[in-house]
Design a protein. Sequence first.
Length: 172
Amino acid sequence: MKIAIAISGASGTHLGLKTYDAIPPSHEKYLIINKNADTVALKERGYALFAQEEIWAPPASGSFGLDVLMVIPCSMNTLAKIAVGIADNLTTRTASVMLKERKTLLLAPREMPLSAIALENMHKLATLGVIIAPPIAAYYSEPESIEAMEDFFIGKWLDIVGIENTLYKRWQ
Ligand SMILES: Cc1cc2nc3c(=O)[nH]c(=O)nc-3n(C[C@H](O)[C@H](O)[C@H](O)COP(=O)(O)O)c2cc1C
């Protein structure tokens, strides 16, 4: 599969990087980062990287054939823009491509509490087939550390988009 992870300006940007790292190399994977990320350090670490301003990058076109876009974490700003069809950077443009091409779009919103506006936006997107999957802990997996709890989020996100993993303890 061709998979892109987009990292917006919500809290928990490392979750997007960890999800990228957890995707096996058998998949073609890309990272879209917001302007505050450390581009040089990420390039040096070998990430297939695009910046938000690179609106001409391949995922911005339906013809590129991206199968999955996961926005992890997804800010309320980016969520709102996607919900009304604004495509002003590489993440929002790629999200609009996923919607028009009927491809898999997963958003991991990170905000608490949620306003009625955010809930309305999420409801609208869910009815369009977008997967709204916030990082919410499940205690049945008995996480013993923050890392284990994060592995549960990432394992669930990968499950949803069809990538096998053993990142968390499943309910038996
Ligand atoms: C320290 C810090 C933490 C933030 N955490 C969140 C957050 O968890 N969720 C959120 O929706 N916005 C959060 N924001 C606000 C976003 O960064 C802001 O709305 C920004 O415009 C989002 O831009 P983007 O959607 O283009 O990434 C945070 C901002 C700062 C400075």
